[in-house]
Write a protein of this length. Sequence first.
Length: 158
Amino acid sequence: MDLDRTLARRFFRKESDEWSGDDAGSDMTASTGVGAINPRALVCSFAFHPCGYSMNSLDRDRYSTIHVTPEDGHSYASFECVGRSDETIKWLRRAVDVFRPGAVSVSLCMAGGGDDCQAWSAVADVLQLLGFVCRSKAAEEFPGTGTVTYQTFVARGK
């Protein structure tokens, strides 16, 4: 994700900041909205000096992880999660709301027997509502394992 510049600045620590990386990470989790992606999750986060952020969260048998590189010109956030499809779509929407990126890439791993077209459509539907246009999509079936689908989206007007 190419991040919104104003929001990316929230992942920089202040010069006078003497907090530990764990404490600063907890503050960033709350102040940036990351904690609202899955509010039920137990979160362990870390803020790097002078900038950057990493988070892992657990919610029963579900997990997510976020890594942020906020520097201008090459900002990036990755959001990875495992959960039921309805949950992951909701979390994707919330992650996009938090980071407001210019571009989004989505990979979905589906165990055999899933409806791949339905998964593609659910991702496209939620991102289109958030102002994104699908630029590409592909799927690769791995025998005995399932299918990986990959989609790229860009914000309208970019």
